[in-house]
Structure formats: C-alpha cells, structure tokens
Design a protein around this ligand. Structure first.
Ligand SMILES: [Fe+2]
Ligand SMILES: [Fe+2]
Length: 170
C-alpha cells in the first residue's frame, strides 16, 4: 500500500487548507511591513517582514510533509490582505487575532489527526506548537504595550526600536 492511500483524504484537505492559511498570514505581514515602512516605523516593518518569512517557512513545511506522504500539494487563491490601519494598535489587534486563530488551528489539526488515528500527522503538527504559543503571546504583548503608550510618539519610537532589535535577533 502506498503512503498516498494511508494519508486520509480529510487530513490531506486540511493540510492543503493550512498551506493557504499560512500563505495568507504571510501576505498580511508583508502588507503590514509595507504600511509600517512608509510611515517611518522601520523597526516594526522589519518585525513584520520576519513574521512574513516565518509564515512562508511554515507553508513550505506543510508542502514538504504532504510530498513526503506522497501527496501533491494544492494551492488555492489567496485573498488580498488589508492594507490600511488607523494606527499600530489597530494593526496589532489584527496580528493578535490572526495568531490566536493560527493557534486554534493547530489544535483543530491535531484533533482531526487524532480522529483518524493519524499519529504521524499529529506528531508533525506538534513541531509548530511551541513557536505558535510564543508568537501568540508576543502578539498580545506588543499590542498591549502599544496600547499603553497610546498616541505618544516617543513611546511608539521606543517600541519600534525594540521590535527592530527583536527582528534582528531572530
Ligand atoms: Fe505560521
Ligand atoms: Fe505566526
């Protein structure tokens, strides 16, 4: 029996859907990076670009996994991401919503793998979990810190610099 037969159809469809979700997350981050870049928020722009690259890496890992299971990856249409935010707090509110959704998605994928007794897929998904938890917590944290400084330009510049250093450390 080939691996193609051993990967459940519903599981394969969910993994393909994850390729679209990770790509769409990357597009949103690229869009936010560009938005920040033209507003003098260079550290934030760098941070968004690092996140975009991270999501593309995840996307590639899902493609590799499907291929390793002898399944061809299927690529779907990606909706255009938002490109306007009133301020960084609003942008980061969307970031944290997205990261929370991605975390929930990991949970759902593991549930689905378990439903089909697919321990291999369960184990594959597990590798994303610690990073996803950290990303979600970081998104919450940056959002809260931006909310604290409110409209204070000096505070915003400090957070911007911090995000830039953060991105370089990745
Ligand atoms: Fe991701
Ligand atoms: Fe992420």
């Amino acid at each position: 029996m080939s691996f193609r037969l051993s990967l459940n159809e519903e599981v394969a469809a969910a993994l393909n859907e994850q390729i679209r979700i990770e790509s769409s997350a990357a597009f949103l981050y690229f869009s936010m990076a560009s938005w920040a870049s033209v507003r003098g928020l260079t550290g934030m722009a760098k941070w968004f670009r690092t996140e975009a690259a991270g999501e593309l890496t995840h996307m590639g890992l899902f493609v590799d996994y499907l291929n390793d299971r002898d399944c061809q990856a299927k690529f779907a249409t990606i909706e255009a991401p938002s490109c306007e935010w009133d301020n960084p707090v609003v942008a980061f509110d969307q970031v944290r919503t997205q990261e929370h959704k991605l975390m929930q998605r990991m949970n759902d994928l593991i549930d689905l793998a378990d439903k089909h007794n697919d321990h291999l897929t369960h184990s594959f998904i597990t590798q994303f979990v610690p990073q996803q938890i950290a990303d979600t917590a970081e998104a919450d944290d940056v959002h809260d810190r931006l909310s604290l400084v409110g409209g204070d330009g000096h505070g915003l510049i400090l957070i911007d610099q911090e995000l830039g250093r953060d991105a370089e450390g990745h």
